[in-house]
Unconditional design. Structure first.
Length: 534
């Protein structure tokens, strides 16, 4: 069923690229050069050619139109131009759309400019047979050095040395291919280029490639290993979806764009390393990766919507760079028992933690202002939910927030109040007070010199995450020793609340600021109290 849903999604995406008859479109602009009138639209990459009248004989695409560099040829722009015999595409063009020259039955020669980085699916389908070079690489159709399709059945190992690029769907459904070598002349692997090559076990991607397009290797269920080079900056939608054989993936630091469902339904995937340039773990990027047991999210990430259906994921640490937990981010992670939401998060999307049956306790930080519909739907194991005191009167679209988020009826909601923190670490404040120089060494010296007049109190406030300059926010944790065992007392008291422990703590010490934290001992002069939920 999951594979069926994946391919239904694929078909829908392909259908969205359906050809539009250029002659029926209303052009946004046009220009007549010689005997030919060119129509075009203006995009991010300059002028995009939509049609030419008449499109007959030998045609040279201009390098500029209306003063704009010609950056692309639109999907189906020349489809069905049966009198077109040759085309020259200038170096300004970077992309050629789906079916751009399909069914040009007289087209026998195409010159493709050096700047073209991507050619869409079926760009040259049903053109004159003389257009294609099928001898340089047996079984492969080449147009001016670009692999655009197959000529017969390919099997075993495919060496693409010498090709300039790989067009969309070039090797779609080549079920007998087992290995592919891609040369360093290739900069982009086209949409669905190797999709559904389910016998493919090994592919070598050179460090010339900067983009792996949508669905490029989707459905390659036999693929057991893939190395993504650190030249790649973009991994497209569903690029490796349903690659059941993959067990480990490293996304290099060069990648800035990770597409929706990029590794969805990779059931065998157990380990993922995410590079530090990824800012968004996009919708479903690792959804239904049922073997994934843990993941380290780098500090570069600001939004997460990626892990729905990761049933083996047991705990998640979300870095404090994250501001948004998106819709269905962890839905149906029914093995998830622990998740810490940092106070950088401002929004939790709909169904974000739905169906997380084993999640027993969760704290919503007071930074969160938006909660999504059914965020905790069917979290039947949720016993305690900590929410900001301001949420006692919070309503969302006319519903009390806990009803809107579908908090289970048996879950106890504990509302908490935290003092506002305006100073994260005391160094700057100490410097303002003339205590220390804003460095660890300066702080240590200030604390040693001012032990009786507030420096240690500042340290205690720092431990509690409070502003030492605000008397109303004062919180003290006094460390005493009973038979050599550290005992912590709090002001105000946080040890007991409602007859049960409200905080758990661990005391660590070190002789100086430059030393490592460890068990407390007689040499300890600085102490750290780690406070958490029990």
């Amino acid at each position: 069923m999951k594979s069926e849903k994946l391919w239904m999604g694929l078909c829908a995406a392909v259908c969205m690229c359906a050809a539009v008859c250029a002659s029926a479109a209303l052009p946004r602009a046009w220009e007549t050069l010689g005997d030919v009138t060119w129509t075009y639209s203006i995009g991010d990459h300059g002028a995009i050619v939509t049609a030419a009248y008449p499109a007959t004989g030998a045609l040279t695409v201009p390098a500029t139109l209306g003063g704009h560099p010609v950056g692309g040829i639109r999907a189906s722009a020349f489809s069905g131009c049966s009198a077109l015999t040759s085309v020259t595409i200038p170096d300004s063009v970077t992309s050629i759309g789906d079916s751009a020259f399909s069914n040009c039955t007289s087209l026998a020669s195409v010159t493709i400019g050096d700047s073209v980085a991507s050619i869409g699916s079926y760009a040259f389908s049903d053109c004159a047979s003389t257009l294609f070079d099928t001898e340089s690489i047996p079984g492969v159709r080449l147009v001016d050095g670009w692999a655009v399709g197959t000529a017969g059945t390919l099997s075993g190992t495919l060496d693409l040395t010498g090709v300039r690029g790989i067009a969309g769907r070039a090797f779609f459904g080549c079920t007998n291919l087992t290995s592919v070598t891609i040369p360093d002349s290739v900069t982009s692997i086209g949409i669905e280029a190797f999709s559904r090559c389910n016998s493919l076990t090994n592919v070598t991607i050179p460090d010339s490639v900067t983009s792996i397009e949508n669905y490029a290797f989707s459905g390659c269920s036999g693929l057991t290993n893939v190395t993504i080079p650190d030249s790649v900056t973009s991994i497209g939608w569903y690029a490796f979806a349903a690659c059941d054989g993959l067990t480990s993936v490293t996304i290099p630091d060069s990648v800035t764009n990770l597409g929706w469902y990029a590794f969805a339904d990779c059931y065998g995937l157990t380990n993922v390393t995410i590079g530090v340039s990824v800012t968004s773990l996009s919708v479903g990027a690792f959804s239904s990766c049922e073997g994934l047991t843990s993941v380290t999210i780098p500090d570069s990430v600001t939004s997460i919507a990626a892990f729905s259906g990761c049933t083996s994921l047991t705990n998640v640490t979300i870095p404090d760079s994250v501001t948004s937990i998106g819709s269905e981010a962890f839905s149906a992670c029914d093995g998830l028992t622990s998740v810490t939401i940092p106070d950088s998060v401002t929004s939790i999307g709909y169904y974000a933690f739905a169906y997380c049956y084993r999640l027993t306790s969760l704290t919503i930080p007071d930074s969160v202002t938006d909660i999504g519909n059914r965020a905790f739907h069917s979290c039947s194991g949720l016993e305690t939910l900590y929410a900001p005191a301001s949420w006692k009167t919070k309503y969302v679209y006319g519903y009390f927030w806990s009803d809107y988020a579908d908090v289970p009826s048996g879950c106890e909601i504990i509302y908490y109040t935290l003092p506002k923190t305006s100073t994260g670490v005391p160094y700057a404040w100490l410097e303002e007070q003339g205590l220390g120089d804003g460095t660890a060494e300066g702080y240590e010296a200030a604390a040693a010199a001012d032990a009786a007049n507030g420096a240690y109190k500042v340290w205690e406030c720092y431990v509690a995450g409070l502003d030492p300059a605000d008397p109303a926010a004062r919180f003290t944790a006094e460390i005493g020793f009973t038979n050599g065992t550290p005992v912590v007392t709090w002001t105000p008291d946080l040890n007991e609340k409602g007859g049960k422990a409200a905080r758990a703590y661990k005391v660590e010490g070190r002789p100086g600021m430059a030393d490592e934290w460890g068990p407390t001992n007689a040499a300890s002069r600085f102490f750290r109290v780690r406070v958490g939920l029990p």
